[in-house]
Design a protein around this ligand. Structure first.
Ligand SMILES: NC(=O)c1ncn([C@@H]2O[C@H](COP(=O)(O)O)[C@@H](O)[C@H]2O)c1NC=O
Length: 520
């Protein structure tokens, strides 16, 4: 970096809501001979720290007014931030107008998102929409050729360093400007989303007219789904934390596919409250089970399809025990995701050099789901297993005898587990463990065949769940012939009668839930 591109810091404008680190920053600026201009309570705090400060009113000759709605919105401030000092005409104009340029802006904004999250009234939220701050940040970021802009206390050490090295270099100012634009864009997305939802709720059918996302890159990945696809991970500060925020405790770098499968596994286990283990391959469970403890759940999940579990991604909804870790350490596994690990479990798992061990933040379901389509994005409220049709008390018995406790427990398990299987989905279960999964087929008959084939002898006496209704009796017929003794499915086909008749003829129990759980 060339020394020429540095711009010495002689005059700084400081206007911050978050006053963390302000005293130290002000002292460092003052010690370096920088003139500090500041607003209301920022200036008061700097003065209290024993540092000389020029109040912005002295500069503008205009009082801060309207409860702080107008503080820095003045040409003497904005000309000082926007003058391009590379241009002699700008320099001459500033001199004519008697305006001094700023070399540094330090500003952070009113806490709009935090105020909304606190449940404050509409008027209180509106008052927390910062106007002057973003205007200054935008001005300084645009004019990074002449001004450095800092929008977070985390960057104060960099300011102190720059004071000692003759100022920020141009590449540094560019980077600061890019971060500043990202900060105000994120702020504006939050404001626009809130105003669209709260001030303009009736413009459509319950969906806001605007939605946005402000994503921050959190990792550059080795590649995407395939080695020729560059890829990165971005995190959404407005989303409940999840896999993107998980802490990696051991193992090889996470890949794109690891994240995709890890997320499927993490979602699957949280449909259960009992200790649950899901083993995912290519976003589908090749094993999922609940148990009295997590080690038992893992044994049962693994037994579903040990061939496919090779190289799988495992998640649990409870801490991983040493007993489970010892089992997992025997099997080639790509990733394990858990809320935590009991003492000694990570050590056992770490014997596998490459196994990625992740501790994910506490499960927080996201309200809406997004899916890219060419030219746009589909948005839907997330699917959950909390619809009336997910409560077995609301299931309708349409064939055979009412299920006893053990059979009902298996049906409830199968109904929850099938939600994690890509449509068309058929899942056979025994003893609250999947024993055969038919996933992602383009007709339900093939899904039934696949589930039965995978279950083998275990199909006889198992129960089955179907994520959507059977359009014909051929699907259930395959299950019945394999010895399935009870079936749960949404119902709602125009041929329900044929489907129910097939179950009745075989004396097989069939419940209709009235709720569908397609998962594409
Ligand atoms: N309106 C204005 O002219 C204005 N100028 C700066 N602010 C904000 O006021 C805050 C600092 O104010 P104070 O120094 O009084 O605590 C900063 O968050 C800054 O972004 C303003 N306030 C809101 O719009």
């Amino acid at each position: 970096m060339s020394e020429e591109s540095r711009r010495p810091i002689r005059r700084a404008l400081v206007s911050v809501y978050d006053k963390t680190g302000l005293d130290e920053l002000a002292r460092a600026l003052s010690d370096a001979g920088v003139e500090i201009v500041s607003t209301g309570s920022t200036a008061s705090q700097i003065e209290k720290a024993g540092v000389r400060v020029t109040r912005v009113e002295e500069l503008t000759g205009f009082p801060e007014c309207l409860d702080g709605r107008v503080k820095t919105l003045h040409p003497r401030v904005h000309a000082g931030l926007l003058a391009d000092l590379r241009l002699p005409a700008h320099v001459a104009q500033l001199a004519e107008l008697g305006i001094e340029p700023f070399d540094l802006l330090v500003s952070n904004l009113y806490p709009f998102r935090e105020t909304v999250a606190s449940g404050a009234s509409v008027d209180e939220c509106i008052e927390q929409i910062d106007i002057g701050g973003p205007a200054m940040v935008r001005a300084a970021a645009k004019n990074h050729a002449s001004v450095a802009v800092v929008t977070t206390p985390l960057a104060y050490p960099a300011v102190v360093e720059a004071l000692g090295t003759g100022g920020f270099t141009l590449p540094q100012r560019r980077r600061l400007a890019a971060r500043a634009f990202a900060d105000i864009a994120e702020y504006d997305v939050a404001v626009a989303q809130w105003t669209s939802a709260v001030l303009d709720p009736d413009d459509g059918d319950g969906w806001p007219a605007f939605t946005g996302m402000a994503l921050r890159r959190s990792a550059v990945l080795r590649y995407g789904e395939n080695p020729h696809q560059p890829a990165a991970l971005y995190s959404d500060p407005d989303s409940p934390p999840g896999l993107a925020q998980a802490e990696q405790l051991h193992g090889k770098e996470m890949s794109y596919n690891n994240y995709v499968d890890g997320d499927a596994a993490w979602r699957a286990v949280h449909d259960f409250t009992d200790p649950c283990v899901a083993i995912i391959k290519h976003t589908n469970p090749c094993g999922i089970a609940v148990g009295a403890d997590v080690a038992e759940a893992h044994r049962k999940a693994h037994a579903c399809d040990p061939v496919s579990a090779f190289g799988g991604v495992i998640a649990t909804n409870v801490p991983v025990s040493v007993a489970m870790a010892e089992q997992v350490a025997e099997i080639f596994t790509e990733v394990i995701v858990a809320p935590s690990y009991e003492d000694g479990a990570v050590e056992v798992l770490s014997a596998k050099k490459n196994l990625r061990i992740l501790r994910a933040p506490e499960w927080a379901p996201w309200p809406a789901e997004f899916r890219q389509v060419s030219g746009g994005l589909l948005v839907q409220m997330a699917d959950r297993v909390d619809a009336p049709g997910d409560d077995p008390a609301n299931w309708r018995l349409v064939s055979g005898e009412a299920a006893g406790d053990a059979t009902m427990a298996d049906l409830v398990f199968a109904w929850r587990a099938v939600r994690s299987v890509k449509s068309n989905a058929i899942l056979l279960a025994s003893d609250r463990a999947a024993v055969g999964v038919g996933m992602g087929q383009v007709n339900r008959v093939d899904s039934a065949r696949l589930a039965v084939a995978r279950a083998g002898e275990r199909a006889a006496g198992s129960v089955a769940a179907s994520d959507a209704f059977f359009p014909f009796a051929d699907g259930p017929q395959i299950l019945i012939e394999a010895g399935v003794r009870a079936i749960v499915q949404p119902g709602g086909s125009i041929r329900d009668e044929e489907v129910i008749a097939a179950a009745k003829a075989a004396g097989v129990t069939m419940y209709l839930t009235g709720t569908r759980h397609f998962f594409h």
